[in-house]
Design a protein around this ligand. Structure first.
Ligand SMILES: *[C@@H]1O[C@H](CO)[C@@H](O)[C@H](O)[C@H]1NC(C)=O
Ligand SMILES: *[C@@H]1O[C@H](CO)[C@@H](O)[C@H](O)[C@H]1NC(C)=O
Ligand SMILES: *[C@@H]1O[C@H](CO)[C@@H](O)[C@H](O)[C@H]1NC(C)=O
Ligand SMILES: *[C@@H]1O[C@H](CO)[C@@H](O)[C@H](O)[C@H]1NC(C)=O
Length: 560
């Protein structure tokens, strides 16, 4: 009621909003420019105090019987969003309830295809990703522990986004630089240093053997190009070797180096001045360097994370960056050196291989940090499993199995279902709603928390297994999926608030206030239901998805 009465917008109101920059400002100063605009429009606005529920006052405008409330206030008060746009030379104000988007599926969900809309994801640039580890090739999270840890959900999402990008993006531009055999690479070898080619029986390939005597490195100048993804197989004989890529920001005339060194330290940075500018080096640790390091590095991301570590923020432009040269120091072997515009396939397999290496004997990917759910209640101690982590890992591993045919991926995905049959109290992820409906917990708390989006991701993982696994291995996945879908259809209405959704059911199980889903989670709920509706024709899925979609456009359920 109140909304429809007072909300209307006029040019002058919008001008004021712009000055306030979306921040509520209780008393705007009427300067002469505004007065001029008011006179020019020959409309007669007056200032008027708006009393907000009798609690406090803000400054509004009045024109005859209409009252104008600053959008900067409404935006905060109702959590709505607005921006000024120009269409056909005319300025316009666009109001929206939700800042999130829904991607309507056009075809049936395909477990070997793009994962949801993850081709739009860029997991590694997220703030909560510290960097991509040079030893593991997967992201390190800082979400719940600043020192960093591997979070299976994030590792799987990293892989799923690269799998999806592989299917949707143009083929990468690839420049092979050195493969140890008949390469044309023109290495610059200083006096006392050497470079030779050698047959390596273990890998059955020719490799480059390098040795730089002192501090002068062996370098390879790169032809101009915009490719920023480095590939290299590298084995150092001494612990003081390094492979360094020199880059420049063409706009800022700034030089950067990204250096891979034998060190247990994940990421570190150093700065020094070189003539007019400064030389900024980001180091990634390759661990003990006992074995070949297989590197697939997005140098832009590597630099960005170094910048963030130094407190320089994220103001690095990918398109301004150029790789200038590659430098080798110390003694060792090098193979498969290449630079390309992307390498989604290798990043995808880095993630799949990480999941294979780090699955424990119970089929779980344990999460090594404490998770606080609700101020001291229902905490999870390090070592917990997440049904969402298991499910997303299964989605990734089944795609790796589909692509490669390698059985280790299938076996890991099948083992990943084990915690679904073990209750949260016994270290699994299975809970029951009202002792009746089985639910797979993203956060297996006691009492259960029933997080909706994590549950649905786990169902998608089960569906991927039951669809892509050989028929005689898919029955467990079928059973768990069917039970889960049955629960989902029964419980979905409990997540509906009439104007949005709740993220979980903590208001029921913990007696806390409802945990309203912010718009991106609400949109995720809708996206997930729309995906499920392409594989399960039960109209409840589309009916609820449509209703929830309407909430994003301000259409609420009717009241009595
Ligand atoms: C996707 O993977 C295929 C097979 O490995 C490869 O040929 C293709 O170039 C890749 N495309 C992109 C965009 O990564
Ligand atoms: C080396 O060159 C030969 C002949 O041009 C070619 O057949 C072979 O594939 C090349 N080897 C590699 C590893 O590229
Ligand atoms: C690197 O280490 C090796 C052996 O540990 C040593 O002989 C060599 O002098 C070192 N080189 C430099 C540049 O420090
Ligand atoms: C920048 O610094 C790194 C590390 O200190 C060094 O290896 C490199 O040679 C320097 N580059 C330039 C152009 O000075």
């Amino acid at each position: 009621m109140m909304l429809s009465l007072i909300i209307s917008l006029a040019v002058i109101t919008v001008t004021y909003i712009l000055q306030c920059n979306q921040v509520y400002h209780p008393s705007p100063s009427t300067n002469s420019h505004e007065d001029y605009l008011i006179r020019k429009n020959s409309k007669h606005y007056e200032e008027i105090g708006c009393s907000i529920n009798g609690l406090y006052e803000i400054s509004c405008r009045k024109e005859e019987k209409e009252v104008f409330v600053p959008f900067s206030f409404l935006s905060k008060y109702y959590e709505v969003y607005g921006k000024l746009t120009v269409a056909k030379g005319k300025e316009k104000f666009e109001w929206s309830h939700s800042y999130s988007k829904v991607f309507k599926p056009t075809t049936k969900y395909d477990p070997s295809g793009v994962f949801m809309y993850f081709n739009n994801y860029n997991v590694e640039v997220r703030d909560r990703v510290k960097c991509i580890s040079a030893t593991e090739g997967v992201p390190v999270s800082t979400q719940w522990e600043a020192s960093g840890y591997y979070y299976p959900v994030q590792v799987a999402q990293f892989g799923l986004s690269h799998y999806s990008k592989n299917l949707t993006e143009p083929r990468p531009k690839l420049r092979n630089l050195e493969d140890g055999s008949n390469s044309t690479a023109k290495w610059n070898v200083p006096v006392g240093a050497s470079i030779s080619r050698k047959y390596e029986p273990i890998t059955n390939s020719w490799v480059v053997e390098f040795h730089s005597a002192d501090d002068n490195s062996i370098t390879l100048k790169l032809k101009p190009g915009s490719e920023l993804v480095l590939n290299a197989n590298l084995l150092f004989k001494d612990k003081n070797g390094s492979l360094t890529v020199l880059l420049e920001d063409r706009e800022r005339f700034q030089l950067y180096s990204v250096s891979f060194v034998c060190s247990p330290e994940l990421l570190s940075v150093s700065t020094s001045t070189v003539g007019e500018g400064s030389n900024f080096t980001v180091y990634y640790g390759l661990g003990s360097c006992e074995d070949w390091a297989i590197l697939t590095r997005d140098l832009y991301v590597d630099l960005l994370k170094g910048n963030v570590l130094l407190g320089r923020g994220k103001k690095l432009s990918r398109s301004n960056l150029r790789a200038l040269s590659i430098a080798l120091k110390g003694s060792g072997y090098l193979d498969s050196l290449a630079i390309s515009s992307s390498n989604h396939v290798d990043m995808f397999y880095s993630s799949a291989d990480w999941l294979v290496r780090h699955q424990d004997t119970r089929g779980g990917w344990p999460i090594g940090v404490k998770r606080k759910m609700a101020s001291g209640r229902a905490d999870l101690n390090p070592g917990w499993y997440s049904a969402m982590g298991q499910g997303q890992a299964m989605s990734l591993l089944m795609r790796a199995f589909y692509r490669s045919g390698k059985s280790q991926y299938l076996e890991a995905a099948l083992n990943g279902m084990k915690p679904f049959s073990i209750s949260s109290g016994e270290g699994g992820v299975r809970a029951y709603f009202m002792n009746q409906y089985p639910w797979y917990e993203e956060y297996p708390t006691i009492p259960p928390s029933f997080v909706l989006n994590g549950f649905i991701y786990s169902l998608i993982g089960l569906y991927d297994v039951l669809t892509l696994a050989p028929e005689d291995r898919s029955s467990d996945a079928r059973l768990l999926f069917d039970q889960g879908m049955h629960t989902l259809k029964k419980l979905l209405p409990l997540f509906d608030t009439g104007s949005g959704t709740v993220y979980d059911l903590r208001h029921f199980t913990l007696g806390l206030p409802p945990n309203l889903a912010r718009w991106d989670y609400h949109a995720a709920h809708v996206n997930q239901l729309l995906l499920l509706s392409t594989i399960d024709r039960d109209p409840i899925l589309t009916t609820i998805a449509e209703r929830w979609l309407n909430y994003m456009q301000g259409k609420r359920a009717a009241h009595n």
